[in-house]
Every structure is written in structure tokens, then in C-alpha cells.
Design a protein around this ligand. Structure first.
Ligand code: GLU
Length: 295
């Protein structure tokens, strides 16, 4: 097996202490396996991207000794790949156009008497499914993945252990291409992980819940499923997950070793006094022992 891992930040702001944990874990896991570590800039959600944040993130990573082993890729330059995947899903009957606005969806859920919500997002009630009459003359807005009826996905996370989700119940038919024409994260990440030959995904635990949707897309597109490991989240002083949205501060580039030590502590590794390079060299064998490859 040739290990290929990646770190895939969205350039919606500079790296913060939470995102460095995922970056460091994915780098250590790649090194511990003698593998390749790639950086991919996930800039498909352009309204949320901040100009220059991509370069800043790459500088922050470099200051921490984390440098991509191959060319950095930007998702905004890979639209043709996402279109090809969508075309295939449409041809197979696994994707369909949807004309519903958010209000349409809320109205349909209320009318059905069973409004279902998840993370403040309504579970799509399937109004535009082809077997329910499709668009019925309305203009298409978005494209959705047709989640199979028997869509319980079982998978084993290398840190969290056995996981299971009924995607039809929990999420419903999810968006592949948004009404504003932007590509959805789920499709772009699946296409790119496969196109880059990623064998192991190491990322923050807040993304674990997306994995079953990604596995369903991999199956529909006949793509391999990588091994997944979700890293612990770093909580801020208010007990909430650190994120750019709740104002996490950018990493301080004047002391990258201190930033790395904080990330290492979150991963259960002992802080290191020395240089960035000697710290990374010391943590690699420690990571191998604490996070053995399971597949
Ligand atoms: N771009 C996503 C983020 O920054 C990470 C996606 C992934 O690792 O799958 O939250």
C-alpha cells in the first residue's frame, strides 16, 4: 500500500489552533506510514473564502514545518472534474434537479406533519424526486444526490471506532451543486480524494458526520473509500469548538513551536523543547505507537 494523505483547509481565514491539530495529525500519520502528504485548498465556497487566506495558510503551515509533498491544488480550478462526476451521477439516475427553495422545503415538511431538522438544516423531503413527478414545470435550482432507500452506512473510524448512520433518515437527498451554481463540499471532496489517490483521510471530528454521505458518493461513482481518522476538537474558553466562525485567533507565526506544542498536546503527544524540525521528528515515532494503522 502506498499511503497518500492530505490536509484540505478552506481558505475562509487563517489557520487557528483547531485546524493546526488536523494539519499536524494528518502530517504525522503520513510520515508514520512512510507516505505522501498533500495540501489541497478547498475554495469552492467562494463567498466564504477570504482573498489571500490560502497563501497565509501555506505560510503558516511552512512555518510549522508542514510542506506539501506534491503540488498544492485549488478546488476552484478543478470544476471540470466535478461536472464530469455530476454528469455520471445524472446518467446513472443517482442525481436529479431540484426546484425547491428553503421555504418550499419548510412548507413541505410542515405539511407532512413531521418537520425534521438536523444541525438547523431541514432533511429534504424528496419533493423533486423523479418518481414523485420531478420539477413539475418549475425551474431547476440545484442538483441533489438520490440517497438509496436502504442507506445505512457502517464504517470504522480509526480513532472513534465503529460508526453507523442511516443517511436517508438523518440527512436525506443532499446537494451536489447548489442553487447559486457552486459545487457542494461533499461532491468536491469525494472527487478530489479519489483523483489524488488519497488512501487515508485524517481530519477534525466535526467532519465525521459527513463521512457516510461521502461513502455513498464513492460507491455511486465506483471510487475507493479511504481509511478515516477523525481528530479531537480543540475547545475554546467558552467550551465551544474553535472555529473561524466563532472568532478563533490566527496562529502566532512568531512562535510556531508553541503552536505545534499546543496541537501536539491535543493529540496526546508530549510537548517538545527544541526546534520545529526536531519536534516533528520526535513525534513521528510516538504517533506510530499511539495511532497504529488499522487498514
Ligand atoms: N475543507 C474542510 C474544512 O476546512 C475540510 C475537508 C476535509 O478534510 O474533508 O473544514
Amino acid at each position: 500500500m502506498t499511503y497518500r494523505g492530505r490536509f484540505a483547509p478552506s481558505p475562509t481565514g487563517p489557520l487557528h489552533a483547531g485546524s493546526l491539530v488536523a494539519a499536524l495529525a494528518s502530517w504525522l500519520d503520513a510520515r508514520a506510514h512512510g507516505g505522501t502528504w498533500l495540501v489541497r485548498i478547498e475554495d469552492v465556497d467562494t463567498p466564504r473564502c477570504i482573498p489571500g487566506a490560502d497563501q497565509l495558510i501555506l505560510q503558516q503551515l511552512a512555518a510549522c514545518g508542514l510542506v506539501s509533498d506534491g503540488p498544492v491544488v485549488w478546488q476552484s480550478r478543478r470544476e471540470a472534474l466535478y461536472q464530469a462526476a455530476l454528469d455520471r451521477l445524472i446518467a446513472q439516475g443517482d442525481a436529479y434537479p431540484c426546484a425547491c427553495s428553503r421555504q418550499d422545503i419548510e412548507r413541505a415538511l410542515l405539511a407532512s406533519g413531521a418537520p425534521r431538522e438536523r444541525h438547523q438544516a431541514a432533511v429534504y423531503p424528496g419533493t423533486c424526486r423523479p418518481e414523485r413527478g420531478g420539477l413539475q414545470g418549475r425551474a431547476p435550482r440545484a442538483w441533489r444526490f438520490r440517497v438509496p432507500d436502504a442507506a445505512r452506512v457502517d464504517w470504522t473510524d480509526r480513532r472513534l471506532g465503529p460508526q453507523s448512520q442511516d443517511v436517508a433518515q438523518a440527512v436525506g437527498d443532499f446537494i451536489l451543486r447548489r442553487a447559486d451554481g457552486l459545487w457542494a463540499y461533499q461532491l468536491a471532496v469525494v472527487v478530489d480524494d479519489a483523483a489524488q489517490g488519497i488512501t487515508h483521510v485524517v481530519r477534525g471530528e466535526d467532519l465525521a458526520d459527513n463521512t457516510p454521505r461521502q461513502i455513498l458518493l464513492q460507491r455511486a461513482l465506483a471510487l475507493p473509500t479511504p481509511a478515516y481518522r477523525h481528530t479531537p476538537l480543540v475547545l475554546g474558553e467558552n467550551g465551544e469548538k474553535l472555529s473561524k466562525q466563532n472568532g478563533a485567533v490566527a496562529l502566532d507565526l512568531s512562535d510556531p513551536l508553541a503552536a505545534l506544542n499546543a496541537a501536539a498536546r491535543a493529540l496526546g503527544l508530549a510537548p517538545h523543547a527544541g526546534s520545529v524540525d526536531s519536534a516533528l521528528a520526535a513525534w513521528t515515532p510516538a504517533w506510530s505507537r499511539s495511532a497504529p494503522p488499522t487498514n
